[in-house]
Design a binder for this molecule. Structure first.
Ligand code: SF4
Ligand code: SF4
Length: 104
């Protein structure tokens, strides 16, 4: 009982573990790769990224035109990077936001 009272009292003066978001930014953890970025201008529509994505975060929706429409759901993405690694135009058509795309 006394131990819990002392602990509760000491927590009043301890440093907060939370941050004042959005006024303070969350520190990115080491090796954070970022969200998936896409360029339709560079894409060759091979759909490899869609096939290798484990949670189906990348989906190409059918359209009336020849090429399908790219859709990315960041809430499903697990940031594994498989889509980028399998893209024949890696870092041009598809890249992770913490890495800069190649300049050609
Ligand atoms: S990083 Fe992984 S989960 Fe996210 S879109 Fe690419 S393959 Fe899918
Ligand atoms: S793998 Fe690359 S080139 Fe192929 S559809 Fe996806 S973004 Fe386009």
């Amino acid at each position: 009982m006394i131990k819990s009272i002392i602990e509760s009292f000491s927590n009043l003066f301890a440093k907060s573990e939370t941050i004042n978001y959005p006024y303070e930014q969350i520190a990115k953890f080491k090796n954070y790769r970022g969200l998936i970025e896409y360029s339709a201008d560079e894409c060759i529509f091979c759909y490899k990224c869609e096939k290798v994505c484990p949670p189906d975060a990348i989906v190409f929706k059918p359209t009336k035109e020849k090429n399908r429409l790219y859709e990315y759901n960041p809430n499903l993405c697990i940031y594994c990077g498989e889509c980028v690694r399998n893209c024949p135009k890696e870092d041009l058509a598809l890249w992770q936001s913490e890495k800069k795309p190649k300049i050609i």
